[in-house]
Design a binder for this molecule. Structure first.
Ligand SMILES: Cc1cc2nc3c(=O)[nH]c(=O)nc-3n(C[C@H](O)[C@H](O)[C@H](O)COP(=O)(O)OP(=O)(O)OC[C@H]3O[C@@H](n4cnc5c(N)ncnc54)[C@H](O)[C@@H]3O)c2cc1C
Length: 346
């Protein structure tokens, strides 16, 4: 049996709250979260796949179903006034109370809220390992060269007792031209939704205001932060000295959708499996998220206006094949026709 470690987990979002819970049974783990306990915000649209989350939470004794707020049936992809929207059948895409799950994972564990951890603050604490789960901040690892992130803003909107939730009563997205991001509306508990937008070319605030005018509801809160979409391949190093990164801090966000919950949990699981062998952890992360690289390449080509459906068909096929094999994990039916239509429209 390997010797147990003294570990600091910095950042108690998706990856950090999971690691604090999962590693505390065998190690002496302290979690640090810069947000205060009562004010903790899980900035995100809370959309994920029910099957994958249930699988990931089961070993922790957590019944994921209890956190589900909305079960989706189809995702409407708005292709503008000229075209009919695509209607993608959903197979387990849900929204869940991400805030509550993250808080619950820290209960009964050594968690310090309201503490912004820095390398100098933890220097004399004698930790064997410091896990950087600070997401976009990446506070303990060197800066990523050519880091790519998308600015986002999100409103929690309440539509009162009207079950129609504005005009959309299921998952809805509208991509921005150049596939530079999209606007979304994800239903939450009855009568409310997260409505947000993220756009590399910074049209998100304007688009969100226009949407809000067309689909008026009461704005309960406004939140936002950028999402890192540079995949792990471009977020090295993953570890330096006694520090190791996990989650969005090392790029585990699916670049096409800005979807980081499942990848960050999968990354946390890889770290647990390879806690005593960081070179193996590095390789496991690079292998697991290799398919992010094709998607990232498509996105970059699109941003630069250099994407060609003919020349870059191999990239499209690789992305499609990878996603098709993981329909359950994405929570939606992956169809080539949707792919082609969305990419050629935008
Ligand atoms: C607007 C928006 C909508 C999104 N919607 C979705 C979605 O619907 N589905 C999906 O799968 N993904 C979504 N994502 C992406 C997803 O939320 C993230 O990729 C995921 O949360 C990353 O998990 P993480 O644990 O790596 O980092 P985070 O969950 O971001 O957690 C990082 C934590 O570290 C804390 N922190 C930072 N620095 C310090 C420090 N120095 N000391 C202490 N604490 C610190 C922060 O306060 C935060 O709590 C969305 C992101 C955004 C911004």
């Amino acid at each position: 049996m390997a010797k147990s470690k003294r570990i600091a987990v910095v950042g108690l979002g998706v990856a950090g709250s999971y690691l604090l819970n999962r590693l505390s049974s065998d190690h002496d783990v302290t979690g640090y979260e810069m947000q205060k306990e009562g004010e903790f915000q899980a900035v995100c649209a809370w959309g994920t796949s029910k099957k994958e989350l249930s699988k990931l939470m089961k070993p922790l004794g957590i019944d994921f179903e209890k956190y589900i707020l909305f079960n989706g049936k189809e995702m409407v992809v708005d292709l503008g006034a000229e075209k009919n929207p695509r209607r993608i059948p959903l197979i387990g895409l849900v929204t869940y109370d991400k805030h509550q799950l993250e808080i619950d994972l820290t209960k009964g564990k050594k968690a310090k809220f309201g503490v912004k951890a820095t390398p100098s603050l933890l220097k004399d604490e004698g930790y064997d390992m410091v896990i950087d789960c600070t997401g976009l901040h990446r506070s303990f690892l060197p800066k990523v060269k050519d880091d790519l992130w998308i600015p986002c803003v999100e409103y929690k909107v309440s539509y009162g007792e009207d079950p129609a939730l504005g005009t959309h009563n299921d998952f809805y997205i509208k991509p921005f031209e150049g596939l530079a991001g999209y606007l979304w509306s994800f239903p939450l508990e009855k009568g409310s939704a997260f409505v947000g937008a993220g756009d590399y070319k910074k049209r998100h605030n304007e688009a969100l205001s226009a949407y809000q005018n067309e689909n008026p509801g009461k704005i309960e809160k406004k939140i936002g932060r950028p999402i890192r979409i540079s995949p792990p391949k471009y977020c090295e190093p993953f570890y330096v000295g006694n520090v190791v990164g996990c989650g969005e801090s090392i790029g585990t966000v699916f670049p096409l959708l800005g979807e980081g919950i499942i990848p960050s949990l999968q990354c946390a699981e890889l770290l647990c499996e390879n806690l005593y062998n960081l070179p193996r952890y590095r390789q496991a992360v690079l292998d697991k998220f290799e398919y992010f690289n094709y998607v990232y390449d498509i996105i970059k080509l699109k941003f630069e206006g250099r994407f060609s459906m003919v020349r870059h068909l191999p990239l499209m096929l690789k992305t499609y094949n990878a996603m098709k094999k993981m329909e359950d994990r994405f929570g939606l039916e992956v169809r080539m026709s949707d792919f082609k239509e969305i990419i050629s429209t935008y």
